[in-house]
Design a protein around this ligand. Structure first.
Ligand code: SF4
Length: 350
């Protein structure tokens, strides 16, 4: 009953998304990796770009990591792009370009967890594996009025068991697509339109008036604040750029030389720092820019220097070569403003 109602709803309301018309595991894998933590409207353009640039897994494997990161730029969570590239190489070189065809084999691929393995196994190979993403948790928690926290070990186990018991074994791909789409379009996180919902008559959260409090989560996400001070050292047509090598956010992406502090520095402290470290006074210091990641709040300021310090001479590149380097979104946005103004001047970002 539940499964059939969801599938019937899906047939009437589904969005026409390019990866849905395919059973090619490469395209499904690409779309699933891209859509993790990303909205469909944001991921769609990237998906089309990747299919255009790398139409097969061999094409993706043959690209350099820097090319892949460049194409990924702006999508965030860059470890996904690095894993994508490493896995493409593995499939192209070790498996002759043939994707594993079962859930258990897919799970062995780098960057492929239970959710992505179930997505590829069901969409490409029709294996009856239930998908449980944020949308599915929400629909099940509400329809069955389950108060068990979805981020607890017991909760994850029981929700997966429930999802497995509901899957339509004749149509696993359609059922999985349908319940996720139902969560994305109908049973949305805030203020779902329950009055016009096909599941309303049997929805336990609706009849118990608990829709707003389902699903339950036990842990609050801790957000860490970091203070980044970027130095834009520019002399003539040269500017300094370096790679992030640490095991941290934005690994292998490029950025201006950075000093990170545990606390906020004032203008006078920054001027003092520049005089001490670089024997010069900054030309300009930007206002603080807030950049939010899922577990981090980056507070960044950009300090403009008119001379390249001796210790950064090896980091010099021509300004117009910046575009060939994958940059974190924070840096890219600031740099685009510089280009717009055609000079390095103080400004506030939107
Ligand atoms: S009635 Fe409301 S809470 Fe229940 S499934 Fe429909 S949209 Fe979700």
């Amino acid at each position: 009953m539940f499964s059939q109602q969801i599938i019937d709803w899906y047939k009437l309301h589904k969005r026409d998304l390019p990866w849905r018309n395919s059973t090619d595991p490469y395209k499904i894998w690409l779309s699933e990796i891209m859509l993790q933590q990303t909205r469909v409207d944001q991921g769609l353009g990237y998906y089309l770009k990747f299919i255009d640039h790398y139409s097969t897994v061999h094409d993706l494997a043959g690209a350099t990591e820097q090319q892949v990161l460049n194409d990924w730029q702006g999508l965030g969570y860059y470890s996904r792009a690095r894993n994508l590239h490493a896995t493409a190489k593995h499939i192209s070189e070790q498996l002759n370009g043939v994707f594993p065809s079962t859930y258990n084999e897919l799970l062995k691929l780098k960057g492929v967890g239970p959710y992505t393995a179930a997505a590829i196994a069901s969409f490409a190979f029709n294996e009856p594996k239930a998908l449980v993403d944020g949308n599915v948790y929400r629909v099940l928690a509400r329809y069955f009025n389950i108060a068990l926290p979805i981020d607890s070990t017991q909760g994850k186990k029981e929700f997966q068991e429930l999802a497995d018991s509901l899957i339509d074994s004749k149509n696993p791909a359609t059922y999985n697509q349908a319940i996720m789409e139902f969560g994305a379009l109908q049973c949305v996180p805030a203020n779902p339109d329950c009055e016009n919902c096909v599941l309303r008559d049997n929805c336990q959260a609706y009849s118990n008036k608990t829709v707003a409090s389902r699903p339950v989560k036990e842990k609050k996400t801790k957000v860490r604040t970091r203070y980044f001070y970027y130095f834009i050292a520019q002399e003539g047509e040269f500017i300094c750029l370096k790679t992030r090598t640490e095991s941290d956010i934005w690994q292998h992406l490029f950025e201006f030389p950075l000093v990170e502090k545990d606390n906020q520095l004032s203008d006078s402290e920054l001027i003092h720092y520049c005089k001490q470290q670089f024997q010069q006074t900054p030309v300009l210091i930007s206002p603080e820019q807030k950049h939010l990641l899922s577990h981090q709040r980056i507070m960044a300021r950009f300090i403009h220097l008119s001379k390249i310090p001796q210790e950064w001479q090896s980091l010099k590149i021509k300004m117009d070569a910046i575009e060939n380097h994958p940059l974190p979104r924070l840096i890219e946005r600031y740099y685009l403003k510089i280009i717009e103004r055609k000079q390095l001047i103080f400004f506030e970002m939107d």
